[in-house]
Design a binder for this molecule. Sequence first.
Ligand code: LMR
Length: 395
Amino acid sequence: MFSQLPTPALDPILSLTVAFRNDPRREKVDLGIGVYKNSQGETPIMRAVSQAQHIVADTQKTKSYVGLAGCEEFNQSMVDLLLKGTSVLDRVAAIQTPGASGALRMLGDLMKVAQPDTTVWISNPSYVNHKPVMEAAGLKVKYYRYFSPLTKQVDTELMLQDLAGAGVNDVVLLHGCCHNPTGADIDFSAWQAITELAVKNGFTPFVDIAYQGFGDGLEEDAKGLQYMANQVEEMLITTSCSKNFGLYRERTGAAIVIGQSALAAQNAKGKLMTLARATYTMPPDHGAALVKTVLQDQALTTLWKQELSEMQQRLLNLRQTLCNELRNQHNTSQFDFIESHKGMFTVLGFSPEQMGTLREEYGIYGVGDGRINIAGLTEKDIPYVADAIVKVSQR
Ligand code: LMR
């Protein structure tokens, strides 16, 4: 049965983690997978999460099943973090999922059932898993122009030109904040313009927000999404606790549906639950139990918000320090755009060959599409990385 299978292509992000681990060089820097590191180069368990682990260990009385939708208090917390204060709270429904990729797949499967002809429009470029997941769900995928390689910013005009072609059978997938891979976000007026197009032409917005809190702050990062939610009839949202709770391996995320009515949202949730049953039955509990514990306790919530804001601040400092190093030590303003990007990532504008040179000659691991993870830098790496970036840019 398996002898006909071709050798599969390596995952462009996850394969880097393995290659980095196996690289024997002392001088190596992992800027591949989107994981936050502190100044010691560690990815620590957040203090609020660590305290929640003790509470859960001491108070949890059973490991019996939770349910197809996962933990409902967790689901409500995810809705609150994203949509509190909007007008849609009476027509929204959510299920807990194994990470945001699990949420993407569940919503992909839901679209395939609800509207089999759906085409999902994704940004060019986009998160490397968007296209594979949507295609695995049997949906067509189309790209809209997004990023200008020249300015390293969003080309809003071209983006809107393309999205003007999306209609009733289309779903437009947007990054809620901290665009992956570019780090270039749309501004609030672009959110307004896309919303206007959605209302006029009838496409459904789908917002993937996996980095809430890493851009401009927890509430600010949801502003565009909230504006849109208030105007449109239907919307899909995927969210993740991998980054903002540091729960990567616990696979903790949610799929959220805003329906035209409370009944429509509940029916979508029911369908999501039957789809989950046929896929993994129910999501792993531990991460959601920790998030619930943090968010139901005022002191832990305050601590978590403070830690998240420290992480966000550290990312800003790393961006500034890298830019200063490039400007002052190498006399180049070519990479000033790095400072204007948001969240963990930035694309350098390097070709796959240049990214290969960074990896092979300098032991600096970034993704082949030119993405580097700023959150993977430590202060002591910056001079070495800046030097390598300048040298490789001159090839
Ligand atoms: C990333 O983009 O590096 C992360 O979201 C990890 C992943 O699942 O690809």
